[in-house]
Ligand binder design. Structure first.
Ligand SMILES: [Cu+2]
Length: 342
């Protein structure tokens, strides 16, 4: 019996020595840069990150088809007085991660975003509105639930704090020079506390890293503008190839689904009742999308830059189904830097 135990111990020891552990310390050890909360850290580690995101909303869509802005206008048989044409959105995001223990990592995210929306009117005019400011701050905890050799899994629970404005205003041709509340997509925050659950699975071979993450945004209650944005579901899968100790090309597929707005802002209700523009309609907000991501992760070579990472990714929507008309997504570019302190 004693012998058997010894034998088993030796076998176990050899197995763990022979088969490497899952490791974040290689260029494919992190997910493509647009994925958040993909990894945990070891006790005492701190990571700072900066991301820049450019979301190119360009044109309008209804169902799975793109429709022209002109066709949405009343003189052309459409329902509206105004139609948006483009809405480029930029986001700067600072992030910090801190591992309290080998199993628990805390994460803080601080976004700053700015948006612009170009419109055409039924009268043939054009105008632009703008909004910018600090977004909703997110605080999450990630907890390892499984670690078995070259695969591991962690769950995530976070909260989004309504620090972003829901009272963004600007001047429009109909507002007689006054600032009026901008439509829902131009608001910066949700105005509600939101729960951010997630689960991530990671696996590795000598040359590849695979990851899968299911995440959600659950709105708690209603904001002080008497509405709440729809809940969101995200499911992303990625594959990174370890080309060298520095470079890792990344391929990903992300499915997103989001719901309508419930409730309605009193400031936008009149414009909605008069079919001014589709962006003020809380019932034309739901949809789903499938993005194909092409990315590159770069990890500093051994030496002083080894703890610095750089990532770039482009998400190309390959399928969109909008309860529209809504703005049509033409792609998201993400660039990021990550620096780990051991
Ligand atoms: Cu990290």
């Amino acid at each position: 019996m004693k012998r058997l135990f010894l034998c088993a111990t030796i076998m176990f020891a050899t197995t763990t020595l022979t088969f490497a552990q899952w490791s974040s310390g290689r260029p494919d050890g992190h997910a493509p840069i647009q994925v958040m909360g993909d990894h945990t850290h070891t006790r005492g580690e701190i990571m700072f990150s900066y991301r820049f995101m450019l979301m190119n909303m360009d044109g309008n869509g209804d169902g799975t088809d793109e429709v022209s802005a002109a066709s949405l206008l009343r003189p052309n048989g459409g329902a509206y007085m105004v139609a948006p044409e483009t809405m480029p959105m930029q986001m700067h995001m600072l992030g910090a991660m801190y591992a309290v223990s080998n199993d628990l990592t805390l994460m803080l995210m601080l976004p700053y975003q700015s948006s612009e929306m170009d419109h055409v009117t039924a009268m043939g005019g054009t105008f632009t509105t703008e909004s910018s400011g600090l977004g909703d701050i997110k605080l999450s905890g990630m907890y390892n639930v499984y670690a078995g050799g070259r695969s591991k899994s962690h769950i995530q629970l976070g909260v989004s704090i309504p620090t972003g404005s829901t009272e963004e205003k600007d001047v429009t041709p109909m507002s007689n020079g006054n600032e009026v509340t901008l439509p829902y997509p131009m608001q910066i925050g949700s105005g509600t506390f939101d729960l951010l659950p997630g689960i991530t699975y990671l696996a590795q071979s000598d040359d590849f890293s695979f990851g899968s993450q299911l995440n959600g945004v659950i709105r708690l209650g209603e904001n002080d503008q008497e509405y709440s944005f729809g809940n969101r579901l995200g499911f992303t899968n990625w594959l990174g190839y370890r080309l060298s100790d520095v470079f890792s090309p990344q391929l990903s597929l992300t499915f997103l689904n989001w719901g309508d707005i419930s409730g309605e802002s009193p400031d936008l209700a009149m414009a909605n009742a008069n079919d001014v523009v589709h962006t003020v309609d809380p019932d034309l907000k739901a949809g789903s999308r499938l993005d194909l991501g092409l990315g590159l992760n770069i990890q500093g070579p051994e030496g002083p830059l080894h703890d610095l990472r750089l990532g770039v990714n482009f998400d190309l929507p390959i399928y969109q189904n909008l309860d529209g008309p809504q703005m049509w997504n033409k792609g998201i570019l993400t660039f990021g830097l990550q620096y780990t302190i051991h």
